[in-house]
Write a protein that binds this ligand. Structure first.
Ligand code: SF4
Ligand code: SF4
Length: 182
């Protein structure tokens, strides 16, 4: 499988043409196995096979602005199904990071708020504390009363802890966040 991680943007501006080359998108024969297995393809502007085709056509701006890259759940089903070993999930990750780096408005704001709340909770506690993560998320989205019934059901069944429990080596987890950003 192509090593997309080696071309993830770091300090220098991302080179879109090298993405197409390193991901071997020219090998794609549009069999659509990636899209057929994607659990969230129904909600995407462009299906995974279309994303690969758009990369090979150099349609960077449309890719960075579409909702697909934020809907993608990084489950890697597409990458494992591809008969040509194209790392579609890695391409999605590259596009997300590049969109952030180039300050392209996020097409799915709720998703980016959720990512931020999730990662903040992991950085603070070493693991996710669902209650404070959801509070953080709702403050950002201002959708305070969405999912109240679901939240109450989870609480009454003991699925939401009131107080966070930190892991012993949470400093080591926090250290993971100090590396090169997107
Ligand atoms: S599974 Fe692979 S070859 Fe088939 S459409 Fe998707 S990226 Fe192309
Ligand atoms: S990694 Fe993203 S694009 Fe690929 S199957 Fe999972 S959700 Fe779909």
């Amino acid at each position: 499988m192509s090593d997309i991680s080696s071309i993830l943007p770091s300090g220098s501006p991302p080179d879109f043409s090298s993405l197409a080359e390193i991901a071997n998108v020219q090998d794609c024969f549009q069999c659509q196995k990636c899209s057929a297995g994607c659990p969230v393809a129904f909600a995407m502007d462009y299906k995974p096979n279309q994303v690969i085709q758009m990369v090979s056509l150099g349609m960077k701006d449309r890719l960075l602005a579409c909702n697909t890259i934020w809907i993608c759940a990084s489950c890697y089903t597409c990458s494992t199904r591809c008969p040509n070993e194209i790392d579609i999930a890695g391409v999605m990750d590259w596009l997300r990071r590049t969109a952030l780096k180039e300050n392209v408005p996020v097409a799915e704001k709720g998703v980016s708020f959720f990512h931020a709340a999730f990662l903040d909770s992991v950085r603070t506690h070493g693991r996710v504390h669902e209650l404070s993560m959801m509070a953080h998320y709702k403050m950002k989205t201002r959708r305070y009363f969405d999912d109240m019934k679901l939240g109450w059901r989870m609480f009454t069944r003991g699925k939401l802890r009131i107080f966070p429990s930190n892991i012993k080596r949470k400093k080591e987890v926090a250290g993971l966040f100090t590396g090169p950003g997107p």
